[in-house]
Design a protein around this ligand. Structure first.
Ligand code: ASP
Ligand code: MG
Length: 412
């Protein structure tokens, strides 16, 4: 029988009533003839509560025990979902990560999936079980310890199961009805997209659109898993939600598909660095070793052998970046006059696969911002994305203006 993966996020399993609603949706797919793999998150708020308890004991906790505690929210929902399905006479059972077993590496709290053997679950499907309910977000390391995949990780569990079992599709049920051209809370003209390409979704997710964990999109792209994002609060229909799929499956798309933003960016500037071969390596090597995710970089024109170097990173990594650079200076690896951190900036990005074949997007973006009197501090581009760093107080305005300028409220 064809296999469907259905993932329910925290709000979709927030209480028994909602679990019943979710189970009914599963029942509908079973009636259509699918064997279903259901991936569940913890009830909404549960994971935060568990993380809070662990941190209350010690912020410097044993990462393995952290994962043992924090993964438990999903165990509860998996069991409750299986029970609810059984009450509806749908043959179902629950599986925790280690029972599958979903094997990961040992990077606790950010573990990467290494393998999902299909034998156990397939055998049960053969015996007549119709739904395997899996606790998302968790796995087991080769040391036999429980691991978790990072916040939002049950999206990644879902896609990984879909890939391993060759599922027809992976439906991600959440509390929004799809992927939007931008955040509807910022632009009232934001429009739900019927389809979006993996690469665009990847950019949007990593740029701050929080619908899907970035890694789940990476995985879906690598294994060509059709992903659908839809609301568990709306009436089911075949066209509901947004399909995240390969570029070839999108007939027509606009040059720009979406405007993303990220509030938590910081701009760091090293003033007066000696401009010599190897200087970039000397700066960004220690930053990378310190785990700082550097995003945009600019090196200014050098004068008299010295230059300013600017880069951006998430606000919560500023302290770490400062320390890494100070240490490198003290060790004599780099030499700069001053280090300035500007934490009042935000990143706004235009994303679209159409940019590959059409020019003028950057010009239009810069013109739009300049018409609004918004100063651009740093620019970064990729094949399908243009990002700018601006003062945070103009972020909403920039998103709205760009959404209008690229006419994202209108269909292609
Ligand atoms: N419950 C976990 C979290 O809140 C995993 C997930 O829901 O995706 O991050
Ligand atoms: Mg999530």
């Amino acid at each position: 029988m064809p296999i469907l993966v259905m993932k329910f996020g925290g709000t979709s399993v927030a209480n028994i009533d909602r679990i019943r609603r979710a189970a009914k949706r599963v029942g509908v797919e079973v009636a259509k003839g699918y064997d279903v793999i259901v991936i569940v998150s913890a009830m909404s708020g549960k994971t935060n509560e568990l993380v809070g308890w662990v941190n209350e004991i010690s912020p410097f906790h044993d990462a393995r025990e952290h994962d043992a505690v924090v993964s438990s929210g999903e165990n509860v929902t998996a069991g409750l979902m299986a029970l609810t399905l059984q009450e509806m006479d749908v043959p179902a059972r629950s599986w925790q990560g280690w029972q599958v077993p979903l094997r990961t590496n040992s990077a606790h709290s950010a573990a990467r999936i290494e393998e999902i053997p299909t034998t156990n679950i397939t055998a049960k499907f053969r015996e007549g079980m119709r739904v395997a309910v899996i606790a998302g977000f968790q796995g087991i390391s080769s040391e036999g310890r429980i691991t978790t995949l990072g916040r939002g990780g049950s999206d990644t569990s879902a896609v990984a199961f879909a890939a391993a079992f060759g599922a027809e599709r992976c439906d991600i049920y959440t509390d929004v009805d799809g992927v939007y051209t931008t955040d509807p809370r910022i632009s009232p003209r934001a429009r739900k997209l019927d389809r979006i390409a993996f690469e665009e979704m990847l950019e949007l997710a990593s740029l701050g659109a929080k619908v899907l964990q970035t890694r789940s999109v990476e995985l879906a792209m690598r294994y060509n898993v059709k992903l659908r994002v839809l609301s568990s609060f709306e009436e089911p229909s075949d066209t509901a939600g947004t399909l995240v799929c390969a570029e070839e499956e999108i007939m027509e798309s606009k040059v720009v598909s979406g405007i993303a933003y990220s509030r938590d960016e910081a701009k760091m500037t090293l003033i007066s660095v000696a401009d010599r071969p190897g200087i970039a390596a000397a700066i960004f090597g220690p930053l990378s070793e310190a785990g700082v995710n550097v995003d945009m970089i600019i090196q200014n024109i050098a004068e008299e052998g010295r230059t300013d170097m600017t880069f951006s990173c998430p606000t919560d990594q500023v302290k770490r970046a400062e320390k890494a650079l100070r240490d490198a200076k003290e060790a004599g690896q780099i030499n700069y006059h001053d280090l300035i951190a500007d934490t009042d900036v935000a990143k706004v990005s235009a994303v679209g696969i159409g940019m590959r074949s059409q020019s003028g997007v950057a010009a239009r973006m810069f013109k739009t911002l300049s018409d609004e009197g918004i100063n651009i501090k740093v620019i970064a581009t990729s094949e399908i994305k243009i990002s700018v760093l601006i003062d945070r107080k103009y972020m909403e305005l920039a998103v709205q203006a760009l959404h209008d300028a690229f006419e994202l409220d209108k269909l292609a």
